[in-house]
Design a protein. Structure first.
Lengths: 407, 236
């Protein structure tokens, strides 16, 4: 049988499921609504230079996230995971996928385990966004580091993980290695060069774009497209001490050709590479501490302009204390983007404090109160908006989240 | 009744003072009756203490004869449930030949496996109705996991020991009616880091004897698994 269209493949897959053995489906639906009070400038999501999700123009009741996730077993060791969300922003599609992938998980043997992923998914970078939907159990807004990952990075390709399960063999450590090849992630970096790092909980969608369509000066960018013929890769490693400490590092390079341009959309391939390292420590009295750093460079080489290049780096420290159903968390973020080739504009230097209190009423209801204070200096504020380069933003949110699911 | 069914000890009858003798005989008979099990075999007490001197509860104690062979313990039917993404209990001690049923009380599927040489096995994905019981025919340690939920970890100690058990809240395990002879006492606990040599003691049990074995760990324990973190946190 010759399958020419993806929709045909999905049709046959669903048909096979319907006719064959019925495998278990896990699902989760959640609705997160917000009461927002913000005093800052218009958000980057609304075409402004604000680095938070909401500016003063969005104070009031907002949709935080409506999410549907499905985990469908397709046999003993194969699972399909789909995660779709509506964010109530200027998204191209009202509901769109943030992740969609197959995972193959053979049984471990002699202390070794292999995991394979194929599709679109997050690279193993985040230490804070560890719960379903790539959300944080500590805060509403992600760190600048993870906000950028959510905005511009998704692995669309294949990832292999090999784990040595030392703790199952009587040792104190587990060790894991991950490697991936991917495509369709070549605009990654453009947002850093234009609007810099953000502190947000919004995640870009696989078929969507970043920013409102047609908004000056940067327009909207469709992040997940292939412009040249190069595949990117990442390699990562993690070391775990029992369930107390996780140390991880990753090297990412999308290997884009910075001279390649999408002739129709005019979007260039951004050659982006970075390294990241961090650790998470948890103790038995409910404390969690996370520190993580990410640093790299991105460049683009339009024919008529020449090489444009930026260095970027960000780091954060998070401290959280869990007391029963209450979690109190504080995070400090620091971030900068520095042009490193003549003619490149769009620098940024800033830092932010995030304080969050979370109360889990039961397995369905969750309340979070979060305050973010961000201070950033960006020359693009002056160049494109005629405003002072330095700005302070405050954002107070009360989130009420209801979730229901098969688990 | 003792394991080897030893006879009553002979009571030597004195020559004179019949009245006093009868009285003594009655008292001695009562004493003999009360002391009978100990008289036929010994009692064994094992105490386990951590490096800081505190008692360690829950430690698996196995006692193997060093001479001859012990009559094997009859197999049992044990249950290890899965509740809130954790095995419950997370440690079982069973005689060789026993079966264990693994129900799933969660609403999500589990996929129980072990790659331990003593009993490598895997249960296909299931939820609700448990799979058929798993029979453990070889002595050894079986470490269990779930192929979907990484944090799930449990142990089954399959033993052919003559006597076995786990230490109480006061860190003690005792067994009466241990037949006379030489034994090796071995302890095991998932959080213990000591070398094997410190986890074994040889002991001789004689008649009317209460042998006591004290094991003090040299190294501090591994930290206990975190309890305050919801099991659902690690989705990535």
């Amino acid at each position: 049988m010759h399958i020419r269209r993806p929709s045909t493949a999905i049709f046959w897959l669903l048909g096979a499921l319907a006719c064959g053995r019925v495998w278990a489906t896990d699902w989760e639906v959640s609705l997160d609504t917000r009461l927002v009070s913000a005093d800052g400038e218009k958000s980057y999501l609304d075409g402004g230079m604000g680095i938070l999700r909401y500016g003063s123009d969005r104070s009031g009741v907002q949709l935080g996230r409506a999410r549907v996730a499905i985990s469908q077993d397709l046999g003993q060791i194969l699972v399909l995971k789909l995660d779709a969300s509506a964010w109530g922003e200027h998204d191209k599609n009202p509901v769109d996928l943030t992740e969609a992938y197959f995972e193959l998980r053979p049984y471990p043997r002699s202390g070794w385990r292999v995991r394979l992923k194929g599709g679109a998914f997050y690279a193993p970078i985040s230490l804070e966004n560890r719960t379903e939907g790539w959300e944080s159990p500590y805060t509403l807004s992600s760190s600048a580091l993870d906000s950028w990952v959510a905005e511009e990075l998704r692995t669309i390709g294949l990832e292999a993980k090999v784990d040595w399960m030392g703790t199952r063999l009587g040792h104190d450590f587990d060790v894991g290695l991950a490697a991936a090849v991917f495509g369709w992630n070549e605009p990654a970096g453009v947002e850093l060069a234009t609007s810099g790092f953000n502190i947000t909980d919004w995640q870009s969608s696989l078929f969507g774009r970043v920013g409102p369509y047609g908004a000056a000066p940067f327009g909207a960018v469709r992040e997940y497209q292939q412009i040249d013929s190069h595949a990117g890769y990442y390699v990562g490693a993690n070391l775990k001490y029992l369930d107390r400490l996780t140390v991880q590092a990753l090297h990412y390079d999308n290997r884009a050709d910075p001279t390649a341009e999408n002739e129709i959309t005019g979007v260039y391939a951004w050659k982006t590479k970075f390294d990241t390292a961090g650790l998470r420590f948890e103790d038995d009295s409910g404390w969690t501490a996370i520190v993580q750093w990410l640093g790299g460079e991105t460049s683009v080489w339009p024919d008529d302009v020449g090489l444009l290049k930026w260095d970027f780096s960000t780091r954060y420290a998070l401290l959280s204390k869990r007391l029963g159903r209450n979690t109190l968390s504080a995070r400090y973020d620091n971030f900068d983007v520095t042009p490193s080739a003549p003619g490149s504009s769009g620098d940024q230097s800033g830092h932010a404090w995030t304080l969050a209190y979370r109360f889990e009423l039961d397995k369905h209801w969750r309340l979070t109160l979060e305050w973010v204070n961000a201070r950033s200096t960006q020359s693009n504020r002056a160049i494109f908006f005629g405003e002072a380069p330095f700005a302070t933003q405050n954002q107070l949110q009360l989130a009420i989240r209801y979730a229901i699911g098969s688990r | 009744m003792t394991r080897d069914g030893s006879p009553w000890r002979p009571f030597v009858r004195p020559a004179a003072h019949q009245g006093a003798y009868r009285c003594l005989q009655l008292i001695a008979g009562l004493v003999a009756l009360l002391a009978a099990p100990a008289a036929l075999a010994g009692a064994l007490v094992v105490n386990v203490h951590m490096a800081d001197g505190r008692a360690l509860p829950g430690v698996v104690v196995t006692v193997q004869p060093l001479e001859g062979s012990a009559k094997p313990n009859p197999p049992i039917e044990a249950v290890m449930d899965q509740i809130d993404l954790a095995f419950s209990p997370d440690l079982l001690v069973i005689p060789v030949g026993s079966t264990v049923t693994f129900p799933n009380s969660d609403t999500t599927s589990h996929q129980v496996y072990s790659f331990s040489p003593a009993h490598p096995f895997q249960l296909p994905l299931y939820r609700g109705k448990p799979r058929a019981p798993e029979r453990f025919d070889r002595a050894g340690l079986v470490t269990l996991g779930c192929n979907i939920h990484d944090n799930m970890l449990a142990y089954i100690v399959v033993t052919d020991a003559a006597y076995f058990g786990r230490t109480s809240a006061s860190g003690a395990w005792s067994q009466s009616g241990v037949a006379r002879g030489k034994y090796r006492v071995t302890i095991w606990y998932p959080r213990v880091r000591d070398a094997a040599a410190n986890l074994q003691r040889d002991v001789t049990i004689g008649d009317v004897e209460r042998a006591e074995v004290s094991i003090k760990l040299e190294k501090t324990l591994r930290p206990a698994p975190l309890e305050k973190r919801p099991h659902s946190w690690d989705a990535y």
